[in-house]
Write a protein that binds this ligand. Structure first.
Ligand code: FMN
Length: 341
């Protein structure tokens, strides 16, 4: 992991965003429930360039900042690191970004793509795409706080609410005019949630009309997908979510592909033992700074992905899902990866 220089007052914010966050950069997508600090650590080791927190409620931050600390905490090696906020009230969003700016993240992102009922029922997340005026006010107020601190603001959107309300292109232009310094687009509608396919043509169209950098997101599962998105849409960088679950080494594989003139024969696919090494390190990272092995319970979501695709995967899960003993879990994974289970 290379040392990263955070943004200081005398650096031009637009060239910083272009060079450090956008050009050929590979982002780990925010995935609530998965992209906690230990998983981000592994993703970074595997080559992810830019990391983002899971979405954090602006109301929650304003009410009780300490309670949100678990979601917003990050370490120096994670830079460039962004905190993602969601909410529907411009004043509260601005206040929350001011409070969290004390943590010195490298950027803030506003979630305008979350499809979850609990979030959209109050016009936060993807529901803001139905309320461009409110979204505009949020971006304006948050960027007026952040511009003074020289912290860039990024905005993450979907293609629209449903097939009758596909407004990503106008919405992206609004976001740029209101003060966003970079736009991330996951081109599915809210109605689609995660079904069907993302429409990469929308990424291409947005890239054609914006001056700020564009990060393309949606359905990248292989290095070939990554290059295809970069080539087809001409987006500045890419973001990977589900394709990194159970496979954080995808970042390394994409980088190998990019640095070998997109020659798929040059992708260094990791041997089972190399993958296992990352998984064992992930476990150690979860246990880092604690004696309480119950912290392995939430990690079961990751174990489900790591054990997918093996003939004896279900046998391994049966053992792992009942255990909070690190040695037992590690030995089961060793046996699985070495074909001994
Ligand atoms: C379990 C899960 C949790 C997610 N949490 C967030 C989140 O907190 N913030 C956000 O902007 N997007 C969130 N997303 C959406 C992803 O960041 C990403 O946009 C989406 O999964 C499409 O990218 P992918 O095809 O690479 O997964 C989540 C997606 C999933 C599947």
């Amino acid at each position: 992991m290379t040392e990263f220089q955070p943004l200081t007052e005398n650096i031009d914010i637009n060239s910083y965003v272009k060079n450090k966050l956008a050009h050929n950069k590979i982002w780990l997508a925010p995935l609530a429930g998965y992209t906690d600090a230990p998983f981000r650590f592994i993703a970074k080791k595997c080559g992810a360039d830019v990391l983002v927190s899971e979405m954090v409620s602006a109301d929650g931050v304003k009410r009780n900042f300490e309670k949100m600390a678990h979601y917003t905490r990050f370490e120096e090696f994670e830079r460039p690191f962004g905190i993602q906020l969601f909410g529907d009230n411009p004043n509260v969003m601005a206040k929350a970004s001011e409070i969290l700016s004390k943590l010195k993240p490298d950027f803030f992102d506003i979630n305008m793509g979350c499809p979850v009922k609990k979030v959209v029922k109050r016009y936060a997340g993807s529901a803001l795409m139905l309320k461009p005026d409110l979204a505009c006010e949020i971006i304006k107020q948050v960027s007026s706080v952040l511009d003074n601190l020289n912290i860039p603001l990024t905005v993450k959107i979907r293609s629209g609410w449903d097939d009758d309300n596909i407004n990503a292109i106008d919405f992206a232009q609004m976001a740029e005019q209101a003060g966003a310094k970079l736009l991330i687009i996951h081109p599915r509608t809210r109605k689609q949630h995660f079904s069907g396919h993302s429409n990469w043509d929308i990424i291409k169209q947005i890239k054609q009309v914006l001056s700020i950098p564009v990060i393309g997101n949606g359905d990248i599962y292989t290095p070939e997908d990554a290059i295809q998105m970069l080539n087809e849409t001409k987006c500045d960088g890419i973001m990977i979510g589900r394709g990194a679950l159970g496979k954080p080494w995808i970042f390394q594989e994409i980088k190998d592909y990019l640095s070998n003139n997109n020659n798929s024969n040059c992708i260094k696919h990791l041997a089972p033992n190399e993958k296992l090494k990352y998984i064992l390190e992930h476990i150690d990272r979860v246990l880092h700074n604690t004696q309480d092995t119950k912290v392995l319970i939430p990690m079961r979501a990751h174990f489900a992905f790591y054990t997918k695709g093996f003939a004896n995967g279900s046998k391994a899960r049966e053992i792992i899902f009942k255990s909070i003993n690190p040695d037992e879990i590690k030995n089961t994974l060793r046996d699985l990866f070495n074909g001994k289970l």
